[in-house]
Design a protein around this ligand. Sequence first.
Ligand SMILES: [Zn+2]
Length: 657
Amino acid sequence: MRTTAARKRLIEKNREVHWHPEHVGQGRFGDWLENVVDWALSRSRYWGTPLPVWKCGDCGETEVIGSFEELFRKVGRPLPDDPYDRACFDPHRPFIDDDFQWPCAASDCAGTMKRVEYVIDAWFDSGAMPFAQYHYPFENRETFRARFPADFISEAVDQTRGWFYTLHVLGCLLFDSPAYRNCIVLGHVNDENGRKMSKRLGNVVEPMEVLAETGADALRWYFCVNNPEQPSRFSARLVREAAQTFLLPLWNALSFFTIYANLDGWRPGRHEIPFAERDQLDRWILLRLYRLVRETTGHLRGYSTAPAARGIEAFLEELTNWYIRRSRDRFWAPNDESGAGAQASAKESAYQTLYEVLTTLRLLIAPFVPFVAEELHRRLLSSQGLGAVSCHLESWPEPPADRADERLETAMATVLQVARNGRSARNANSIKIRQPLRSVTLVSADPELESLVEPYVDLVSEELNVHEVRWAADSSEYVSFDVVPHYPKCGPRFGRAMPAVRAALAARDGADLKRELDGSGRIAIELDGDTAYLEPNEVEVRLEERPGIAVHGDSELLVALDVDLDDDLIAEGLAREVVHRVQNRRRAADLDYADRIAVRYRTNEEVERAIEAHREWICGETLAVTFQATNGDGPDGMEDAPIEGQAFALAIEVQSR
Ligand SMILES: [Zn+2]
């Protein structure tokens, strides 16, 4: 096949194809087309599509047969009623060779037309797929025309010289068109350490074993989120981890919703609370959701799999680690008798919001994890007699056009940053999140930030477990700065003058140096009567916490926790520890969320005082009807659950179901 004659056209038509990743189109594939060679179509094989060329052994007369009908006419036999019934006719070797011969038609030749021995290069078959699958041009002409070229195809990178190429050649030569509009080129799958899998090395990962262990959707998600266009590492462990960061939290969000909805008897389809009247947290997660829908749609329109999957994963993180956690109290709140109070509408707003989030998420994840999406569909819609037969028959979601609140999104992003910084400050100082603190001070020189975050300070205080949120502009009360020379940079420049540089910095106030660096972008020091300037990369700014303060952050936003504890705070922390231990026991006993319990406990004086002070709150949190100290020693069924080394033991008993 003289492909070299079509080289220019092959290259032109390749420019109409969108390659993912883009560089393959010009690079690997483009280079291959630039250096195209003629295609030797025949192969000396037994198995394969017989080359439809008949030749006379005597005079060399050649005929190319174009259809079964023509072939049967040549041998003077009627075409079978169903030429595709293998019992009547098999167009492969050896039948095609033995049963289909005819006398040569050349004048004065008594030879016989016999098929040449070759079969067709199997790559031709794969390249013929777009029309061969419809038996075009013999039938389905309209179907073929409507579906050619393909919207997208996908295979691994080695197919640039295989399938991608033969599709392109046949598309161009036969139809003067590329065969596909988009091509997602997959990287190769390697072992866990990035080495090529080989039987010899013994590092082959059996895909069916991974499928059996993790499920098909976990496997799909793993490849999508790790950018299928890149070579990937593959092992059961890696797939399991991907499932744990995505499918598990998704599942937890679903079960959180269904457990509470069932407890409260909440059902979809109630009078919808207008967006503007929803709780701020509800409005925020919906805005994030609509943004996610727009972004995912854009990524998928552009055939960008990994950014789409990563966006969904990031959203899920916000949903589970912020929205659900900070909304838990609204779901948990007892129902008012009338069902009309502020608490009831806050709860209804939470239900309607989380339901919209989960049902929309179900559609966004459908192309990635089809089974999990379908399960969400069944639990959220089919179980209520709602929705299509399958989520895969539903329309792609479209976010409402009229809802936007940049300020709310920006503010919440800042609140999340505060929460992260606060948690880091606690972790760095080993202060448990269950220990309440007196206050947190948010230090920022930007007055805008305070007005932005102010409406959401309740979220900050709940999340960081502090009684009070304060603002400050000057960080010097909370941290001190120590500015020292950065030796790897300064050493070569100043050589033996280094002690003098160090002394010059040490002689000045750290906060002052920091201000100079931030303000002018450098620090001036006097050295032997001259002024030398230190660039930002020549100094190290060390941040040191003032005593009793735990900080995390930067000069734009510093979160400073007051970590001094008094007796009241310690008692409150102990009460939370007690609740935590009762909840653990409830879980271990596999109690229903709504089960009321009686609690007996034994402890020391300090914990007892904490329980006394917070008894009502503890009972509310744990659904305890009674919470009684027992002081006997004997076998009373109590299990030890010490609190920070302090004695505590408890036993729970279900009161009512
Ligand atoms: Zn002949």
